[in-house]
Design a protein. Structure first.
Lengths: 266, 778
């Protein structure tokens, strides 16, 4: 779940067919929005697994800052959301805490947390998709893998964003536990990479804006941004994510993503 | 110069009227720029230390503007399937309130429990479909034993509950935002009541209070201002029996108000509860000028003078006294600039501008209008004058009894001044007709008060709040607070940590205690934070790098002094038990508690300066230091007596009343000026004895004084009808002071003059007297 990639994951032939089957009922704009999303996803298939380091910089209205350091491991899953393992490094008092998540496009995710101080793995049962990740301005759902069936779509326009030609697509969450009524996403026409996202809260007012920068290509195919910046317009807080040490196809497997692996995660 | 003024006006009355009206219209157009500020924060200047502390705390944690739906089922039990599902619907609807960032209710409380190795975090009321009596009982038990909820969200017996909506106003256009939120919650309330007829719903919270400031003023201006016009028309119509005079006076009043409010708009003023009473005050004060001019003019006409001559003479006689009384009144109101609270500075400045404009209009367009319009003088019956003559005889005859008697009464009243206590309870700024007040009173009776203090305890270290020493201090402090009888509720992070520790140990109640290591606390909090849905996070309790936490205490209703004492106790607690932490205390309650003291001190300085200025002016005008000093007594006594009576009657002195002394000083001085100047005129120019001079003063200004006093008392009594108690109390006490002033001028001042002036019969006339030294008086 905690993969940073936004439009990746395997879409099975089945789900593609399903999508294709209902598509005749869609308006032209809805169809185009869906097509763009399918294409974006297609371009990011087959990365298998990856690891990366992330630092999170939290800032409040007063200018006060706080840093979190995290290691992430992700596994591409067919027919479902991805699996991810998050290992906390900073703040020091949570060092060694590890979080395992099997994300699901619409249902609640399966989550386990290993607490080194307690030396126990706890399964968490909650509807926290809309909740903040580690007190940041990113919600769990903002960080989880992009799956086509998570949203319905509407193409809005082709628009220039900071000199880049983009598709502007509106996305409506399917999961009723989502914290949003809609998201507006800008993807560049060239590579179908997300450049910016506007989030609208449950009362449909603009809540946050996420911008991506420093895109780099890995294995000559997969684009990843070095930096993601989330600004909350309502409370004046912001969170900056910085990614480094990206590694793909490292040979991780299902056995690295289970309860037992949590305790030995480093 | 005085003759030239009317010489010009009398020659070109239409031009004067045209120029004045053009000026008023152009100035008046600025009124369109005036906006009403719906925010309790306007009562505090930017440099107010309590406001600064509160604002910086709001930036660190999340903001605490809120709306509270107080939901009271008529059957007295929240925990039925029906009421809980209604609450769930209300909770969901509340997320639609504009700018809402958080909604807390019984149903969405994040209940945590353990199930083997699972940690379950879910809404306390998940589904309302199959709520068996056992389940309902369990929910009730959890809710009323949860320290986060009880007394805040649910009453101890479970008969009333609250859905609390936290609102984060962007502050881009406050005039629109607050009413927008209020309209939205009222719509939700109406819909909820329609769907649940067996439930009562009240609205409280900061947003509703702010809304009430605006709504109170609007309802005031639609009832009080017309009422005031009626009073003016009736008074002048009945007492002076003149249609032209009444119409002209009303026109002067309208022009004074419109021009003042228009100038206020051009100058960038904004309206607030107190400053919105400016029109009523200007109206009241502007009448006096016109009455003096009309009275003299009619007197001259009855003596056989033609209209123009009568107007010219009236202006000549009245120009100086009216100017003097206008200036002293303006100085009195300007003393409000010393107030610590900007709305009162604005009120003082607006009324001062209004009073001076009224003066200008009553010596320009007013005589011009009288020149142009037909004026008939009816033969007046002379009863009134006889009454004044009788009063004069009475005062002169009984002076030996009156002086000690009135002196005793003055001293007896003044003795009760210490009964007054500084108190600013913002809930009581509104009377019981305002829904916000009834809702908040109901909340105070059934759950908890509006008296809150937010306490930020800082470690200065990242993740410092997870330190067991810190957590133990916070927990001890919370326990100490809970033991105090004044405390209704304490919201503290340590309760959550204790609960989590219990959850992590299979819900064993023995583990309901703080974790014993920094890592343990940090990891519990991480686990908990990762489990909370949108809007229910810990940002309202912790800062971003977990270096400080915020405790929110809700107290029972109490006075400002009591709250300040508790604040001192809290400061002392930290000094004794946890001196290593930096602690900030802030909240609107604290702001209002401190402003009374800050304000009274600055107002005393302001009033003293005004008093000195006014006394100097009087000394110059009366051409005698001696009489300037004598005038101090009748000028100060009324406020002393009024506050003494207030001490017996209510004893609660807030922001609104702390400005009354300065404000009334300028007004009551007028009576003294008129009475003393006539008295001195008789003594100096007519060579009269003290007794004769007193009689002369009664005959000449007695009637005008009681008419103007009548209008002023009526005007401020109208203001006392305001549903905004701050203005109502101010109006009442001002009316009382002005009334007392007249009594003092009629019953105390003359015997005093006759006593002090007895042996000075010869010297008063001499010109040396003008610079008589004050020492002689003492």
């Amino acid at each position: 779940m905690l993969t940073k990639k936004i439009f990746l994951s395997v879409v099975s032939a089945l789900s593609l067919t399903l999508v294709a089957n209902v598509s005749f009922a869609l308006t032209a704009d809805e169809q185009k929005g869906l097509d763009i999303s399918i294409e974006a996803k297609k371009r990011d298939l087959g990365w298998q697994d990856n690891t990366a380091d992330m630092t999170m910089l939290l800032r409040n209205k007063q200018g006060q800052e706080s840093i979190r350091e995290i290691k992430m491991k992700s596994l591409e899953v067919q027919n479902d959301g991805d699996k991810s393992l998050t290992i906390f490094n900073k703040p020091r008092d949570v060092k060694g805490t590890a979080f395992l998540s099997f994300s699901h496009p619409v249902a609640a995710d399966d989550q386990w947390l290993f607490l080194p101080a307690l030396k126990r793995v706890k399964r968490i049962s909650s509807r926290n998709k809309s909740g903040p990740f580690m007190g940041s301005e990113f919600a769990f759902e903002d960080l989880s893998s992009f799956e086509v069936e998570k949203y319905t779509y509407k193409f809005l326009a082709e628009e220039a964003l900071n000199g880049i030609e983009t598709f502007k697509v509106e996305q409506y969450p399917v999961d009723e536990n989502s914290g949003y009524t809609r998201r507006i996403v800008w993807l560049d026409i060239q590579e179908y990479r997300v450049q910016k996202v506007d989030f609208y809260d449950r009362k449909d007012s603009l809540l946050k804006t996420l911008t991506f920068s420093g895109y780099k290509q890995y294995l000559a195919k997969y684009w990843r941004a070095d930096k993601q910046e989330m600004i909350n317009h309502q409370n004046g807080k912001s969170t900056e994510l910085k990614w480094s040490n990206y590694d793909f196809k490292t040979g991780l497997s299902d056995s690295d993503f289970n309860r037992n692996s949590l305790k030995r995660a480093r | 110069m005085r003759d030239k003024l009317y010489g010009f006006i009398g020659k070109h009355p239409f031009w004067v009227i045209l120029v004045c009206i053009t000026f008023a219209v152009i100035a008046g157009m600025g009124a369109g720029k005036l906006e009403f500020k719906n925010d309790y924060r306007v009562f505090f200047s930017e440099e107010n230390p309590q406001l600064t502390a509160f604002e910086s705390m709001q930036k660190v944690y999340s903001k605490s503007d809120n709306v509270a739906f107080i939901v009271a089922p008529k059957d007295g039990n929240v925990f039925t399937a029906e009421h809980l599902s209604a609450l769930k619907v209300l909770t969901k609807a509340s997320w639609q309130v504009p700018y809402s960032t958080r909604v807390d209710s019984v149903t969405n409380f994040q209940y945590t429990f353990a199930e083997e190795d699972d940690m379950i975090v879910e809404d306390l009321v998940m589904s309302t479909k199959n709520l068996t009596p056992e389940k309902l009982d369990k929910i009730k038990k959890i809710a009323i034993s949860e320290p986060l909820l009880v007394n805040k969200i649910i009453s101890q017996t479970g008969h009333v509950s609250i859905v609390n909506v936290t609102v984060q106003l962007p502050g881009v256009n406050p005039m629109v935002e607050t009413p927008e939120v209020a309209a939205s919650v009222r719509a939700i309330q109406a819909k909820f009541l329609a769907e649940n007829p067996d439930v009562e719903v009240y609205l409280s919270g900061m947003i509703m209070m702010n809304t009430s400031f605006g709504e109170s003023s609007i309802s005031d201006s639609s009832t009080l201002v017309p009422l005031m016009f009626l009073v003016v028309i009736v008074t002048i119509g009945l007492l002076l029996r003149t249609i032209t005079g009444t119409i002209s006076t009303v026109l002067i009043i309208i022009m004074s108000i419109v021009t003042t409010m228009g100038l206020a708009g051009w100058l960038g003023f904004y309206l607030t509860g107190p400053s919105s009473s400016a029109p009523t005050m200007i109206m009241t004060l502007a009448v006096a000028d016109c009455i003096h001019i009309l009275t003299s003019m009619f007197y001259e006409m009855r003596q056989g003078a033609d209209k123009r001559t009568a107007i010219a003479r009236s202006i000549r006689i009245n120009l100086q006294p009216i100017f003097l009384t206008s200036v002293t009144t303006a100085i009195g109101f300007l003393s409000m600039n010393f107030s610590d609270s900007p709305p009162f500075r604005d009120l003082g400045n607006l009324v001062a501008i209004g009073v001076m404009l009224a003066f200008v209009f009553s010596i320009t367009i007013f005589p011009a209008l009288l020149t142009v319009l037909p004026v008939n003088v009816k033969k007046q019956n002379e009863d009134k004058k006889d009454i004044m003559a009788k009063l004069a005889d009475f005062v002169i005859g009984k002076r030996k009894i009156l002086l000690p008697l009135t002196s005793i009464l003055i001293i007896a009243s003044v003795v009760f001044i210490p009964n007054n206590e500084l108190n600013d309870d913002f809930v009581k700024y509104f009377d019981e007709t305002v829904p916000y007040r009834t809702a908040t009173d109901y909340m105070q009776e059934n759950l908890s008060g509006m008296m809150m203090v937010e306490i930020s305890v800082k470690t200065g270290k990242s993740s410092g709040i997870n330190n067991p020493i810190y957590l133990n201090s916070i927990s001890d402090f919370s326990d100490w607070l809970r033991e105090r009888p004044e405390t209704d509720h304490v919201n503290t992070i340590t309760d959550t940590l204790k609960r989590l520790n219990k959850n992590m140990h299979g819900d064993d109640p023995n583990w309901y205690k703080l974790p014993d290591s920094q890592e343990m606390s940090a990891q519990y909090l991480l686990l908990y934070e990762m489990s909370l849905p949108y809007g229910l996070d810990l940002n309202n309790q912790l800062d971003v790098d977990k270096s400080s936490s915020r405790i929110v205490v809700t107290f029972k209703n109490m006075t400002s002094n009591e709250l300040i004492n508790i604040e001192q106790d809290m400061i002392r607690w930290f000094a004794e038990h946890a001196p290593q932490y930096e602690v900030d205390f802030a909240s609107p309650s604290l702001m209002f508690s401190h402003i009374g003291q800050r304000n009274i001190i600055s107002m005393l300085i302001g009033t003293t300066i005004a008093l000195v200025l006014i006394s100097i002016l009087l000394g110059v005008a009366l051409k005698s230091w001696r009489f300037g000093l004598i005038s101090l007594l009748p000028n100060l006594a009324p406020a002393g007596i009024a506050f003494g009576i207030w001490g017996l009657y209510s004893g609660q002195v807030g922001l609104g009343l702390s400005v009354v002394i300065g404000m009334t000083l300028g007004i009551v001085v007028d009576d003294t000026v008129h009475f003393l100047s006539k008295y001195l005129h008789a003594r100096r120019d007519k060579n009269a004895s003290a007794k004769e001079a007193v009689h002369y003063a009664f005959d000449n200004v007695g009637r005008a004084l009681w008419i103007t006093t009548f209008v002023l008392v009526a005007g401020f009594t109208v203001l006392a009808e305001s549903s905004f108690k701050m203005n109502a109390d101010m109006g009442f006490l001002t009316a009382l002071t002005i009334f007392v002033a007249l009594v003092v001028d009629f019953l105390f001042l003359p015997p005093l003059l006759m006593l002090l002036d007895k042996n000075k019969n010869e010297s008063v006339k001499s010109t040396d007297e003008i610079i008589e030294t004050p020492v002689e008086v003492a």
